[in-house]
Design a protein around this ligand. Sequence first.
Ligand code: M6R
Length: 615
Amino acid sequence: MCGIVGYIGENNAADVLLGGLKRLEYRGYDSAGICMLDGGELHTERSVGKVQDLADKVYQNLPENIIQATRLGVAHTRWATHGEPSEENAHPHLDQSGRVALVHNGIIENYKEIRQRLTAAGHSFKSQTDSEVLAHLIGAYYGENGDFLQAVCGALNQVEGTFGIAALCLDQPDCVVVARRGSPIVVGLGHNETIVASDAAAIIAHTDQVIYLDDDDVALLKRDDVDLRNIHNVPVSRDVARIEWDARAAEKDGYDHFMLKEIFEQADSLCNTFRGRLDVKQGTAILSGLNLTPREMADIQKVLLIACGTSLHAAMLGKYYFEDLADLCTDVEPAAEFRYRNPIVHARDLAVAISQSGETADTLAAVREAMNKGARVTGLCNVVGSTIARETGTGVYLHAGPEIGVASTKAFTSQMMVLMMMALKFGRGRRLSIQKGLEIIKEIERTPELVAKTLELNQHIAGIAKKYHYVRDFFFIGRGYLYPVALEGALKLKEISYIHAEGYHAAELKHGPIALLEPDVPVLALACDVPGKDKLLGNVEECRARKAPVIGIATEDDEEAVSYLDEVIPVPRTSTLLAPLTAVIAAQLFAYHMARFRGCEIDQPRNLAKSVTVE
Ligand code: M6R
C-alpha cells in the first residue's frame, strides 16, 4: 500500500532514503515525504506526486552541507486511504511538539476517538490522516516519560488497526524506532548501518541480512544494534534471514518498464518455480513445504482456493487442475467475500491462500477465518517472509523473483505452475497413474521453450495493439481452462490502459453483454485448440454477426480457427493444461502494448498500488 524507509548509519541519509523510496514506489505513488535529523534539527519535506518530485524538492531546498551531514531519517511514499493526496496529508507527520516524526503504513481504526481526546487536551492537527493522530499520541507519551521506545509502545497499546511505522525523535539522534502489526517491516543489518523498509527491494542494495518483524514487534534501531521488543516493551528474539535475490532483480535491466521485463522473465521464473520440485521417477511433485503426509493428503475432502485480483484468476485455474488431476472437489473463494459471509469449512478441508505479496489484507483475513473454522491452511506466496507465508506456516513459495510492476504477470504464471504441481501431487496420492504423472512432468519441463516461442510474438502483438489502441471498450471471451485467462486478460488491459474491458465466459455473452457489441467494440477470443474450441468458434461467429472485430489467440497452424478471426495471435501448440500459459502471456503483451500506445504509466497505473493492505 504505502512504502516506508528508515535509515541510521554512516552514509548520507538523504540519498539512502530517496533511493529506497524509488525502489518502493510501486507500493504507492500519490505523494511522498522525508524527515532527517541533523545538528539538533528535523528537516522535513513533502510533495504530491512521484518520489522524483520529492527528491527535486529536497536537493533544491536543503543546503548541500546539511544533506551531506544527515545520518538518520525516515521516508514514505503514499497510497491515500484517509485524506486526499496532498502535502498536508503526506508523511512524515510530526507530533504536537514538533519533536517526533512518524511514517506509517496501515490504518488506525480508532483514530477519530483518539483525535478527539487529544484535541480536548490541546493538540491541533494539520492533516486529515489517522497517521498524524498516531504521531501525536507517541508525542504525548513521550512528553510524559521522556523514554522514546516506551512512548511508542504506550501509544501502540492504545491503537486498533494495522501499522508498519518508523519514527524518530529530535532528542534521540542515535536511533529510529519501528514497529508492525499487519503491515510488513523488514530490518536490514548492514555494516555500520541499519536500513528498514516495507520490503526487501529497498534494502538489498545495502545488505542481504534481514530480520522480518512479527506482528506487535517493536525495534529500537541503532547503526550497529537492533533491540527487539514486543509492544509491552518485553525483549523478544527473531531470526536473521538472508534475502535470496540480488539487487539487479529489482532493476529494469534495460527494459522500458518493469512489466515488460517481468513478462520476458517468465521462462526463467517458471524454471525457478518448478526446479527441484519434480520427481521424475514417481511422476509426482515434491512440495515439502506443504508439510502433509500421504495419509493427510488422502484425507483432504475439499480444497478452498482463496485470493484476490490476478491471484484469484490463478485460483480459478487451480480449480480445473485440482478437479481434473486430483478428483478433488474445489471451491474458489474471493477473499473479501469469504471473510464476511459465513463459509462452511470442515476440518478435512484444505484452504490455500494465494497471494503474490503475501500481504493482501482481505486474503490475510480470510486465512485467519479459515484457521478459526478449523481448516488446514497453507499459503502460495511469492514474497518470502510475508505475513501470509508466516501465518500459514506451511506452503509453497513461487520463487518468481521480485515483481515490481503493479500489473501482476510472472507471479500469475508461477501461481499457475504451483497449482498444477500441487494438483499433480494430490492426484498421484489418489487416482492419477504414474504414466499420466510422468506425461505432466514432461509438459512442465517444456514450459520454458513454450514461453520463449510465445515471446517471439511480441512485435506481431504490438502491431495488432497499434490498430486497436484507440477503442473504449473490449471484451475477452474464453471457455474451460481459457475462461480464467479471459478474466485475467481483461483485468490486465483495464488496469494499465484504462480501457473498459470485460472478461466473460464465451457462452455467457449471449445472455446479456452481446447487446454491447458494435463495430468499434472488439472482442479478444481465447481460441486455442483445446476442448471447447468448436463451441468457442460458434460464439465468435455470434460476435462477428454483430460486426464486432474479433482478435483470436489461437494455436499456430490452426487453419480452422484462422478462418473465423479478423486478427490472429498464433501461440505454440500445447496440452490443455498448459494452454492458459501461452494464452495469458500473449494477453499480457497485448495489454502492455495497448497501454504503451495510449501513453499510459504502465508500471504505476492510476489509483492502484502493488499490495493492498487495507480492506
Ligand atoms: O499480492 P496479491 O497476489 O495478494 O495481490 C492481489 C491483487 O491485489 C493483485 O493481483 C492485483 O489484482 C494486481 N494489480 C493485478 O495485476
